[in-house]
Design a protein around this ligand. Structure first.
Ligand code: AMP
Length: 315
């Protein structure tokens, strides 16, 4: 049975789609296997003529006028409110039911996630029960994001466990068992990243426990953020949180953070989804480019190579 939130998302999405209030961009999906990860590469030729940005799409009118799409938001895309957030449908989506969670009042996208942000993400993750979902946050100029107003995003994933999301295979793959709270990285991935498994016991949303859950998630997120800053500091003391771009990816069982050094590979903008194992290309040629260069090489070139950064030995 679907939850109230799922019913609402489905109903609003169908209506907005029929009325032409959102643009659903159909894609073909190719798979590229590297290091046991089955990367999912979407090809959307209809995006080829559009300017680049997150998901390769930007509303041209909006960009021209520099209007904030979330303040005011489009009523047609409104799903529901949750505390200080509006849950909206993504106006340009390659996956139906892609959500944008935007703060009601303006807040900066460059501010790190806080307990309330994480509680809202968790609420949506928990209320979408019929399919696995992935939450993400593109923070900073080089993160592949496009909007300066604070927003997180949620996309539904295919139900096939192999793709929920692709990076799962190495998080739960051959590694020795990791305990919740332990910060670790995946040896096969050549770029700096930090992951923590979430403790299911700390996350059961019993009555009145929302605050506890939000503080728990905030602690996990900040432990990853601190580990990231510390290791990058060892490389250059000029690196500070304010100047740093990073991607955050979260599922119901883990949280990951990846610092970024560059937004684009050639013309292809990569955001948090890339680091979850899902890339978007705008033509068959771009797909060939990805195959030739190698997905992990591309992701490494847009992040911080482990070869150049001294990782904390205890992780
Ligand atoms: P980012 O590019 O990561 O900053 O995320 C912004 C998201 O908002 C993108 O996924 C866009 O497709 C989406 N978006 C752009 N304009 C609107 C709008 N008017 N209403 C809802 N979502 C939008």
């Amino acid at each position: 049975m679907q939850t109230v939130l799922e019913d609402r998302i489905a109903e609003r999405w169908d209506r907005a789609f029929q009325r032409g209030e959102l643009l659903y961009i159909e894609t073909e999906v190719a798979h590229i296997k590297e290091k046991e990860i089955e990367f999912q590469i979407r090809v959307a030729p209809s995006l080829a003529k559009k300017p680049t940005g997150n998901l390769g799409v930007k509303d041209e009118e909006q960009q021209k006028s520099k209007a904030n799409p979330f303040l005011p938001y489009s009523q047609e895309l409104f799903v529901q409110e949750h505390g200080k957030y509006n849950v909206l449908l993504n106006k340009f989506c390659v996956v139906p039911h892609h959500l944008v969670i935007a703060t009601k009042e303006f807040e900066k996208q460059t501010d790190p996630l806080n307990p309330e942000d994480l509680e809202c993400i968790w609420f949506c993750i928990m209320q979408i029960k019929s399919r696995p979902v992935l939450a993400f946050f593109n923070c900073g100029e080089l993160s592949g994001g496009s909007q300066p107003h604070k927003h997180m995003q949620i996309i539904p994933l295919p139900s096939d466990v192999r793709f929920t999301p692709p990076i799962n295979s190495c998080i739960y793959g051959s590694q020795e068992f990791k305990k919740p709270g332990e910060i670790f990285d995946i040896p096969e991935l050549p770029y700096v990243h930090y992951i923590s498994l979430l403790d299911p016991q700390r996350l059961s949303l019993g009555h009145g426990r929302h605050e506890e859950v939000s503080h728990y998630l905030n602690d996990v997120f900040h432990s990853l953020l601190d580990a990231m800053i510390e290791s990058l500091h060892k490389q250059s003391s000029l690196i500070s949180l304010n100047s740093l771009s990073y991607n955050v990816v979260m599922t119901s069982t883990w949280l990951m953070i990846v610092p970024r050094s560059k937004e684009k590979y050639e013309n292809m903008s990569v955001n948090s989804l890339g680091y979850a194992g899902m890339l978007l290309t705008r033509s068959k040629e771009e797909l060939e480019l990805v195959k030739d260069a190698g997905v992990l090489n591309i992701l490494e070139s847009l992040a911080f190579s482990k070869q150049n950064v001294i990782m904390d030995e205890s992780n």
